[in-house]
Design a protein around this ligand. Structure first.
Ligand SMILES: [Zn+2]
Ligand SMILES: [Zn+2]
Length: 330
């Protein structure tokens, strides 16, 4: 009785209720696997454990650190560049790596491509700037306008294809200029699974890999969150009070990520199914081949698959030139 009254006297503090949607989970996953409390526990079936608000951040950092070590993603004193969009996944990646610097010596710089898409880009850039200030991380901002291009539908490509092409073109240039040993992106468990499913559905067996070695064109690429579900990156960002902007840009078709629902459903039916698909199917699928780039771009000299690199091709089309465009992606 008195306890009830005490509780009423407690000031109400905002508390995030996690919807697990997983009715079948065993009791032990409903408790925090680290400290044992039963309140505010996020059930992470993918890791077969529950995690409370207090223990989750450290547990995520431990998990990422063990994957970094197991996959030899980062060597001591490496210069690590991180692609940061302003969304929660890359914000979490940046914060996790920033905290891991205390336990593993490497240097960190964030790279943000400013697409110049009005409010969305402005808020994204603001979020990235605040995050970098908080964790004392050097930030490199690359506005696409400085490359003489705009993120807009161009030739046969919709705005999302242009955006993706710009990122793919700009990140390696920055990595080379800054002498990064490693370039990290915030792809999550569900990103990996979705890409694998799309590959299989189109009859291909190339799969995203958590580590891709350096090539003559690109730095070594790593995905330190490849084992981390998005519910967990969201919880990490929320608990640590990370600033982040909207995850998806206003031009992004809302059903682009619909395949992720397939894996949520699967996980509900079968515990750990996501991880099993990722590891077992991942073994059967190949790393994407390195596309040869036999040309030096006519305009900028960059090694390219075609006489014009994607950046210069976009720039020329947007300037009104009537170019013969290839019948494939950027
Ligand atoms: Zn706990
Ligand atoms: Zn070029």
């Amino acid at each position: 009785m008195s306890e009830d009254r005490n509780e009423e006297l407690q000031p109400e503090r905002p508390r995030r209720q996690y919807d697990t949607g997983r009715d079948w989970v065993p009791d032990y996953m409903r408790r925090c696997g680290v400290c044992g409390v039963e309140e505010d526990v996020l059930v992470v079936t993918e890791w077969t454990r529950g995690l409370c608000r207090r223990c989750l951040p450290r547990a995520v950092e431990n998990r990422v650190l063990s994957d970094i070590r197991r996959r030899q993603m980062i060597a001591p004193r490496d210069k690590v560049g991180v692609a940061v969009s302003g969304g929660k996944d890359s914000a979490t990646l940046l914060a996790v790596l920033a905290n891991l610097r205390r336990r593993k010596p490497f240097t960190l710089a964030a790279v943000h491509v400013d697409m110049g898409l009005g409010d969305f880009s402005h808020q994204s850039r603001q979020a990235v700037e605040n995050l970098c200030r908080r964790y004392a991380i050097r930030l490199i901002v690359e506005p696409v306008e400085e490359y003489g291009v705009r993120a807009e539908p161009t030739g046969p490509w919709p705005v999302c294809a242009v955006c993706g092409g710009l990122r793919r073109a700009i990140f390696p240039r920055v990595a080379r200029r800054e002498n990064f040993d490693v370039f990290a992106t915030g792809h999550t468990l569900e990103d990996m699974l979705q890409t694998m499913l799309k590959q299989l559905m189109s009859g291909k067996d190339f799969c995203p890999k958590p580590v891709l070695p350096a090539t003559p064109y690109d730095p070594k690429k790593i995905k330190p969150l490849y084992f981390v579900p998005e519910r967990v990156t969201a919880a990490y960002a929320d608990i640590c009070g990370l600033e982040y902007a909207a995850d998806t840009c206003p031009h992004f078709p809302p059903d682009t990520h619909r395949f992720k629902d397939v894996f949520e459903h699967l996980e509900r039916l079968a515990p750990m199914a996501k991880i099993q698909v990722l590891t077992n199917l991942g073994r059967l699928m190949k790393a994407p081949p390195v596309a040869e780039r036999p040309y030096a771009c006519e305009d900028c000299g960059e090694a390219s698959r075609r006489p014009l690199c994607p950046l210069c091709m976009l720039r020329r089309i947007q300037a009104g030139e009537n170019l013969q465009v290839p019948g494939e992606g950027l």
